[in-house]
Design a binder for this molecule. Structure first.
Ligand code: RTP
Ligand code: MG
Length: 140
């Protein structure tokens, strides 16, 4: 299987509770290498554009407000099968439904404040990485 890259975001509920290191340890223990990372305050325009795919969903406005409620950590994770592997360690969107070993089961506060984002396909990963990072910022 080829080495792949995926975009990860540590969301404001997790940065607020100082969980960046604990979440990064889960990625590293799973064999995902953090090849780019920056802590930023997203603008409403950035958060709105990033989640544009959910524009018609009832939770869209709340989601954008949540994503700008504090700093996030943008990351590129690299490894074998990285997109699926990251989704696996993240767990289900709703932490009540997430398996016990996952980031969301351990750390998420709610279905919205669920600590992490991860790209859901290789194609979306490429687009999401390009949205936030220049190729020169990614060091494998
Ligand atoms: P993500 O995109 O953040 O990795 O999460 P996901 O694929 O597991 O979930 P998705 O369906 O793409 O939803 C994106 C984010 O929107 C928030 N959400 N809130 N209130 C709600 O019912 C609800 N549903 C989703 C969550 O923050 C979710 O991760
Ligand atoms: Mg999603």
């Amino acid at each position: 299987m080829a080495t792949e890259r995926t975009l990860s975001i540590i969301k404001p509920d997790a940065t607020r509770r100082n969980l960046t290191g604990k979440i990064n340890a889960v990625f590293e223990d799973a064999g995902l290498k953090i090849v780019a990372q920056k802590r930023v305050q997203l603008t409403p325009a950035q958060a709105g554009a990033f989640y544009a795919v959910h524009k018609e969903r009832p939770f869209y406005n709340d989601l954008v407000s949540f994503m700008i409620s504090g700093p996030v950590v943008l990351q590129v994770l690299e490894g074998e099968n990285a997109v699926a592997k990251n989704r696996d360690v993240m767990g289900a969107t709703d932490p009540k439904k997430a398996e016990a070993h996952t980031i969301r089961a351990q750390f998420a506060e709610s279905i919205e404040a669920n600590s992490v984002h991860g790209s859901d396909s290789a194609e979306n990963a490429a687009n999401e990485i390009r949205f936030f990072f220049a190729e020169t910022e990614i060091l494998g």
